[in-house]
Design a protein around this ligand. Sequence first.
Ligand code: DQA
Length: 143
Amino acid sequence: MKKILVLNGPNLNMLGIREPGVYGSDTLASINAEIADYAKTQNIECDFYQSNCEGELVSKIHSLMTDYDGCVFNAGAYTHYSYAIRDAISSVNKPVIEIHMSNVHAREEFRHTSVISAVCKGTIAGFGKKSYMLGVEALSDII
Ligand code: DQA
């Protein structure tokens, strides 16, 4: 069975509390449970990891090399400025799908730039928690 990492960056542990009008009222734990159920239907096993720390995310991305077939990644605000995360993704030879729950292009100007898109396989944004499922589906076609 293929194994993927579902990786979440800063403030995504606050889902359910944080700006429910933008991100909905589901917690990260409940979204992760739904992702695991969906992934099983695709014959994919998931690990889940969330961190608010850039270096921890970088180290987890490095673990893709040995431990995973691919990654669905919501980098949160690091999307917009973390060259360290970008370099980590381009250091490993495994597909990473960039996802966002909100439509970042319909929001503030600073969210229109992603420094990681160019090193990801593709980007999904704007579908709420379904963005994660779409990311898993996209990955299932290429791993
Ligand atoms: C986000 C969008 C980012 O701009 C923001 O900083 C987040 C969440 C999203 O899922 O829509 O933390 O990645």
